[in-house]
Design a binder for this molecule. Structure first.
Ligand code: 13P
Length: 257
């Protein structure tokens, strides 16, 4: 059985002191431990990773970065390598739609980043998802399969791998996909591509998350879907109470806690 996850992507929000306050509030809300069976991960901006680590180091919260470069070290001004992150956090988001579309990261770059992240011993969360026009053209499944195939081109095992399906049209819009709309992708295209690459059994081991306008109010519908093992949360993860409630609901619905 795959594990269940609630991952908060803070994006380019919070100053260092705000990040420390937010992490402290989430830690306090969760008490001594994350509800059983659920991994709660927060992904603050790079500059806040170390101060936030200091806050959460004696808690069950896990830390993730929002991006990493594809090389271990060298003359790459302004970049952060997976090796630097490996001392600090456990997870890294790779291929987020904002990086694909705003920073113009292509398939090859994302594949290289995935390879570097896995080589550094970090857990990559490979983000995939189609745009509205791709969906309207009936290309959603093909787009997602291609993002998976190219993202995993140098990844030889599913160990530690997490996939997040975030339809671009549902991110930050306040209009989430419906659970019914996403199962063709979370239960269909993603599993089929993983099975093609690694076999049927391995495909079922990979946690697949849904992301896009997730809130405590709508998260249950997604979590009730067996092909979804958790969520990648943007806006609502900037509110300690809302994020904690999403973690709690994940435990309640997925692990029966
Ligand atoms: P929102 O939850 O704000 O729509 O963001 C989703 C997302 O992109 C998380 O990575």
């Amino acid at each position: 059985m795959p594990e269940y996850l609630a991952v908060g992507n803070w994006k380019m929000n919070t100053t260092v002191s705000e990040a420390v306050m937010l992490a402290s509030a989430i830690k306090e809300n969760l008490g001594n431990s994350t509800p059983q069976g659920v991994e709660a991960v927060i992904c603050p901006p790079f500059v806040s990773l170390v101060p936030v680590l200091d806050v959460i180091k004696d808690s069950s919260l896990k830390l993730g970065a929002q991006n990493a470069y594809s090389e271990a070290k060298g003359a790459f001004t302004g970049e952060i390598s997976p090796n630097m992150l490996a001392d600090i956090c456990q997870y890294v988001l790779i291929g987020h739609s904002e990086r694909r579309h705003i920073m113009r990261e292509g398939y090859q770059v994302i594949g290289q980043k995935m390879k570097a992240v896995v080589a550094a011993g970090l857990r990559p969360v490979l983000c995939v998802g189609e745009t509205l026009s791709q969906r309207k053209q009936g290309a959603a499944e093909a787009v997602v399969r291609r993002q998976i195939e190219t993202g995993l081109v140098d990844i030889h095992s599913v160990e530690g791998l997490v996939i997040a399906y975030e339809p671009v049209w549902a991110i930050g819009t306040g209009v989430p996909a419906t659970p019914v709309t996403v199962i063709d992708i979370t239960g269909g295209a993603i599993r089929a591509e993983l099975a093609k690459l690694y076999g049927e059994d391995a495909a079922l081991e990979v946690p697949v998350l849904y992301g896009g306008s997730v809130t405590p109010e709508n998260v249950s519908g997604f979590l009730q879907e067996p092909s979804i093992q958790g969520t990648l949360v943007g806006g609502a993860s900037l509110n300690a109470d809302q994020f904690t409630e999403i973690v709690r609901l994940t435990a309640e619905i997925k692990s029966g806690v």
